[in-house]
Every structure is written in C-alpha cells, then in structure tokens.
Design a protein around this ligand. Structure first.
Ligand code: UT7
Length: 328
C-alpha cells in the first residue's frame, strides 16, 4: 500500500511590515477595531515590482531544500492563486521558468481562492497515486495588495501578501502522509466575495478602473457565517471518516482569515486553542498562501512532530472549502 507524503514545505513573506497603526493614517480605521474584529495586528506587503510568481519561487526554493530535491525533480507544478501575475499565461509557467522546472512538467494554475492550496493538494495527491507523475510542487502565492482597494476600510485592513509551498511524492509505506482530502464548493454564495471587473463579464475599461472594480469586494458578515458553518462541517466529516475524535488531532491549521472565525471553529469542534495554529496576527489573510505559510511555521517551530495528525481546514471565495488530514 502506497502513500503520498509532504516531503518538504517552505514559505516566503515580503519584508515590508504594515501595521494597523500605519493603515489608520490613510484610511478611516483604528488599530483597536482591526484587532478586536479580526485579530490582525500587521501584514506583509510586497514591493511594487515583486510579483506573485517571485514570491512563489522563494517559497518553492525553501520547500525543495526541505525535501532535499531540486527543481529538476519536479514533473507537476500547480499554483493556487487569486492574484496571478497576469490573466495569461498561467503564473505556473512563470514560476517554472524562474525556478528551472523541466519542460516536460505539467504546469498550471487553479482558482479556488483561499481554499486553493487544499485544492492543489488533492489534485497532486490523486495524480501521484496513479503514477502519472513522480514529484509535485504545489504553491499558494498571493499579491493581494495588487487587487485591494486601499480606500475601502472594510477590506483593505484584512489582506496581506505571502507564499507557501509543498513538495509531494509517493512512498511505499501505508498509513502516512495524506490520509484523506475532501473538497467542496457552493456557487450560490459566489456574490459574497468577488472581483467584478477585468474578466469576460466586465472587461477593464476607464470606468471600471475609476470604480476600482478590479479590486476585491466582500460581504463580510455573510462570508463570516458561511465560513464557520462549512469549516466545522468539513472538519467534522473528515474526523468521522477516519474514526477520530477531536482530542486525537495534534494540530488544526485553519485558513487564517479572522481570529473570531477560528475561535468559533475551535469551540464548535471542541478543540482547545492550544491545538489550533494561528499566525494571522502577523500576516493577515493571505488567501491561498495562508495554510502553507502556517504549516511551514508550525513545522519549523516544532509544533508538528513525526507521527502527529494535522488537520488542514479552508474556506474561501466561491464559496469553496476543504479539509485535509495528514499523518507526519
Ligand atoms: O478568506 C475569506 C475572506 N474573508 C473573510 O473571512 C471575512 C469574513 N468576515 C469578517 O472577517 C468580518 O465580517 C469583518 C472583519 C470583515 C468585519 O467584521 P464585522 O464584525 O462583521 O463588522 P461589520 O461588517 O458588521 O461592521 C461593523 C461596523 C460597521 O459600522 P456600522 O454600520 O455598525 O456603523 C462598519 O462600517 O464596523 C465598520 N467598519 C469599520 N470600522 C473601522 C468596517 N470596517 C471597518 C474598519 N475600521 N476597518
């Protein structure tokens, strides 16, 4: 019986830190409001000339080093992003070129917003199990600052830039690595979190730019309610499928959007917050990068040990959601 393991993880966050205090100088908000409503204290913002693919490459290099592999070993490259370098070509092709992933590799992007990394994980997992590919590099990378309306206080205080990556391959050992993966989507809620212009529905024009319609808009309250509901459901189902009780999960790594969403999830699942990883206070919501960034930090800081069970839980625009159970 073969398994697919995460052989290496890595992450990157741009060095520039923007605090709540700094934001409150340009938009009508306060550090107190942002901290109490979201749990965010600061976020990282990429340099103007730094792209989503640049950050993806840094995270990928760290993940490859961690896995003791090189770009030449990769034959499947998937980038999850909601802020690609450009609509065409895929950011994966830019990353392939910058990193030196061979020409025979399959390289593509997926659009599943904040659940994107778990979507990429499931695709890579399935493809590796069928022996179609040998080694996969999956990356969640976001320059959300490029699609943020910096005059909209209801969204601009929430997002940040970062990238996180993982290298996966098959091993001939049962019961380790990815034990289960479950994804879902509910398009009924698509209009709660969206970018309205810049696509075929509303191609960019002078008016769309003037309206900043190429930036993220959100019905925060509705997204909040959906997030708590779907994350609890998908996490609970994963534990039930594997006959696990919450006390058997060593660490839950949820998508980092709002500390109140994370605390509600933990309370509903009856998992103490000591076993829930939180770093959104330092990074804000980095969409598809949030889970791999947290995973990398958790591993490097010793919060994940060999044999541990980790449950990843995501939700995002779409409304997409997913959970992944991993034995290290
Ligand atoms: O990756 C998935 C993406 N998104 C999410 O997970 C977001 C989910 N939603 C949330 O995290 C929360 O809904 C928010 C943090 C976005 C907002 O928190 P909330 O407790 O739902 O606040 P609210 O939208 O109900 O707004 C409360 C008040 C409003 O004023 P009034 O109408 O009560 O006078 C807002 O205008 O807070 C006001 N407000 C702000 N005040 C200061 C909204 N944004 C700000 C701000 N600073 N930045």
């Amino acid at each position: 019986m073969a398994s697919v393991i995460i052989a290496g993880v890595g992450s990157y966050a741009p060095p520039r830190i923007v605090t709540n205090e700094e934001l409150s100088k340009t938009v009508d908000t306060t550090d107190e409001w942002i901290r109490t409503r979201s749990g965010i204290r600061e976020r990282r913002i990429a340099a103007p000339d730094q792209t989503t693919s640049d950050m993806a490459v840094e995270a990928a290099k760290a993940a490859l080093t961690d896995a003791k592999l090189t770009a030449a070993d990769i034959d499947l490259l998937i980038i999850a992003t909601a802020s690609p370098d450009a609509p065409l070509p895929s950011t994966a092709c830019y990353v392939q070129h910058k990193l030196g992933v061979p020409a025979h590799a399959t390289c593509f992007d997926i659009a599943a917003a904040c659940s994107g990394f778990l979507y990429a994980l499931e695709i890579a997992y399935g493809q590796l199990l069928t022996n179609r590919y040998k080694r996969a590099l999956i990356i969640g990378s976001e320059k959300l600052s490029s699609v943020t309306d910096w005059t909209d206080r209801t969204t601009c205080v929430l997002f940040g830039d970062a990238a996180g990556a993982a290298v996966l391959h098959k091993v001939d050992q049962p019961g380790i690595g990815i034990l289960g993966s479950d994804l879902g989507a509910d398009g009924e809620f698509a209009d709660n979190l969206y970018i309205s212009a810049g696509g075929s529905k509303r191609p960019a024009d002078a008016q769309s730019v003037a309206e900043r319609a190429h930036c993220i808009r959100m019905n925060g309250r509705e997204v909040f309610k959906s997030a708590v509901r779907v994350m609890e459901t998908v996490a609970r189902e994963m534990m039930e499928q594997h006959h696990l009780t919450p006390d058997q999960i060593n660490l839950v790594i949820p998508h980092q959007a709002n500390i109140r969403i994370i605390e509600a999830l933990a309370a509903n699942l009856k998992v103490p917050m000591e076993r829930v990883y939180v770093n959104l206070d330092r990074y804000g919501n980095t969409s598809s990068a949030s889970i791999p960034l947290a995973l990398d930090e958790a591993r490097r800081s010793g919060r994940i040990k060999p044999g541990d069970l980790t449950l990843l839980v995501a939700f995002g625009a779409g409304l997409t959601y997913g959970s992944t159970l991993i034995r290290w």
